[in-house]
Design a protein around this ligand. Structure first.
Ligand SMILES: C[S@@+](CC[C@H](N)C(=O)[O-])C[C@H]1O[C@@H](n2cnc3c(N)ncnc32)[C@H](O)[C@@H]1O
Length: 404
């Protein structure tokens, strides 16, 4: 029987699963209750903070009996900082939870059965893996300057001295940033965002290591290869797993000599750069102009003078390819969390690639888009999750869809 639960009421319950987003889920007298910072197997005392229809939300007050999956979080800001949600979970179990979430998305949202799901590839580093992070700074208003991340579920800035997910060189940069703001107490309160990048290890760099071409570019070393990316642009955050991500994309795309490759949402040409030596031609599409200019240069510097890039929206780029009757054999898609959506997929299907490699950091939108492709003649052949975001509930998945 489901009992009425009131805000402020304390309930004792066992956590039996972990939901998307990382909250533990338990039932108390039949009422589904979400409790952040718990894990399956925990017996907890929680306090109800919100009651909605058929479920409630609660905060953890006490772990009465810890799950075997529970570990002591390493970060002193854990629980307040909005960045991590799984630090209290043993790393091996984080991987199991994420694998289950990928499977759930493809079954529930994508309506697939017999999933071709491979085990999650773990991150070589469970901490200190971030090579890029957006931090917030606040100064003025007569107070000490702050630099860090937003508190969980709020717009309050948490002053973070050191983030254990970031590479050491980024923590040094964070300290320098804070020091540079110390004297800025006067004037109104100001908030800004800054992108921090790790300093890459160039020890393994082969080939072209010449200075950064142009202002505002950052050097990254991927598979012992120099790549330039815009200082204010996107790049894969987990520097310990990017090489493997590229290898998985290459394996699933398996381009042959002469193949025409589409790299949609190509950023600075990360995947184009490594597919070009194995394919006949590359056509990239990207709306961030500074990223397209890096992509052009990254391919030119490697000797791929014929690589073409469309500087604009993906739908426009695909329509441009259609109007020029470009042949596309293999398509790589790497959209933002919102996924591709109908218009992009309609235009892509017209080009009839025999293989589509879909890279995503949101299994829900990826499963939706994969269903749309499956309804139009593509078979879901491989799902390969990679843990690009340890200690958080996020997961990267590379899916292969093959034309029947
Ligand atoms: C997840 S990132 C992937 C970038 C690249 N594949 C990489 O791994 O470095 C997504 C990219 O899509 C671009 N993007 C987002 N929406 C777009 C759109 N509608 N048309 C073209 N590019 C878009 C963003 O600027 C970003 O560079």
């Amino acid at each position: 029987m489901e009992r009425c639960r009131r805000t402020g009421e304390r309930i004792r319950m066992t956590i039996d699963s972990v939901a998307f987003g990382g909250d533990g889920v338990g039932r108390s007298d039949g009422l589904v209750t979400f409790v952040p910072f718990t894990v399956d197997g925990d017996e907890v005392m929680a306090e109800v903070t919100e009651r909605r229809g058929r479920y409630a939300r609660a905060v953890l007050r006490q772990v009465l009996s810890p799950s075997d999956h529970r570990v002591e979080p390493e970060c002193p800001y854990y629980g307040r900082c909005g960045g991590c949600s799984l630090q209290h979970v043993r790393y091996g179990h984080q991987l199991a939870l994420k694998e289950r979430h990928v499977a759930d998305s493809f079954v529930r949202i994508g309506r697939f059965s017999n999933l071709p799901l491979r085990p999650v590839i773990p991150s070589p580093r469970a901490f200190s893996y971030r090579g890029r992070a957006e931090v917030h700074v606040q100064y003025g208003g007569g107070s000490e300057a702050k630099a860090g991340f937003m508190e969980r579920g709020s717009h309050v800035l948490l002053d973070v001295e050191r983030c254990i997910l970031m590479a050491d060189s980024m923590n040094d940069a964070l300290s320098q940033l804070r020091r540079s703001l110390v004297k800025r107490k006067k004037g109104p309160v100001r908030r800004e965002e800054r992108l921090l990048w790790s300093v890459p290890d160039q020890g393994a760099l082969s080939g072209d290591a010449s200075p950064m071409p142009g202002l505002g570019r950052i050097l990254r070393v991927i598979k012992e290869t120099a790549l330039y990316v815009p200082a204010r642009g996107f790049f894969q955050a987990n520097e310990s797993l990017v090489d493997t991500l590229v290898d998985v994309v290459l394996e699933l795309a398996s381009p042959s000599a002469g193949d025409a490759i589409l790299d949609a949402y190509c950023g600075s040409g990360l995947f184009s750069r490594f597919m070009a030596p194995r394919a006949g031609s590359v056509f990239g599409i990207e709306q961030d102009r500074s990223a397209v200019s890096c992509a052009r240069e990254n391919l030119l510097r490697a000797g791929f003078h014929d690589a073409q890039f469309h500087d604009g929206d993906v739908v426009e780029g695909l329509l441009d390819a259609q109007s020029r009757r470009l042949r596309i054999d293999v398509a790589v898609l790497d959209p933002p969390r919102t996924g591709c959506g109908r218009e992009v997929l309609d235009a892509l299907v017209e080009l009839a690639p025999r293989r589509i490699v879909y890279v995503s950091c949101d299994p829900a939108t990826q499963a939706r888009d994969a269903r749309s492709l499956a309804d139009r003649g593509y078979v879901l052949a491989v799902l390969q999750p990679l843990d690009m975001f340890p200690q958080t509930s996020h997961i990267e998945v590379v899916a292969l869809l093959e034309k029947t």
